[in-house]
Structure formats: structure tokens, C-alpha cells
Design a protein. Structure first.
Length: 90
């Protein structure tokens, strides 16, 4: 599965579980950081990356939903894909 597909899966999961989630994620440069457990998508929505994984029941599978890297892609790639996904919804 590509990184783009994983981010689409994660956005679809959030669409199903968190009404208008994209309105609550601050994507400004210098704040939004997919490598930071408090400033990533889940951190901003749920308080921390870990709490978000628990709420969505994706612990251990967070990379399959584009919330974490799979070891081959980078946080910068994830960040740009999430930013464009969020901006497209706005």
C-alpha cells in the first residue's frame, strides 16, 4: 500500500469517527508536525498520538492509516500529504 493510500484510509477513518475533524487541525508551518505526538493529526484531535490511536483502536496499525511512518517513508512526506488532504476538505 502506498503512503497516499494509507493517508486516504486514515482520513476516511476520521471522516467516520470525528465530525468535521479537518476544522480542528492547525496546519501552519512551524506548528503542524507529524513527527510530534502532540502536534500531529491525532495529537491535535485527541490530545496525543497515543490517545488518538487508542480512541480509533488502531494502536499498532497506525502506519496503515497514515498516522505514522512505515519505516520507508518520512514524516515530511506524511506531513505534506496530510496538509494537502486537510486543505482540500476546507
Amino acid at each position: 500500500m502506498t503512503i497516499e493510500e494509507r493517508v486516504r484510509r486514515g482520513a476516511a477513518l476520521l471522516d467516520e469517527t470525528y465530525h468535521r475533524w479537518w476544522k480542528y487541525v492547525r496546519t501552519t508551518v512551524g506548528f503542524f508536525d507529524m513527527g510530534n505526538p502532540n502536534r500531529c493529526v491525532l495529537g491535535q484531535l485527541y490530545g496525543s498520538f497515543g490517545e488518538g490511536c487508542a480512541a480509533l483502536r488502531v494502536s499498532g496499525f497506525s502506519n496503515e492509516f497514515g498516522f505514522d511512518t512505515d519505516g520507508e517513508d518520512s514524516y515530511a512526506m506524511l506531513q505534506e500529504l496530510w496538509r494537502s488532504t486537510i486543505e482540500a476538505r476546507r
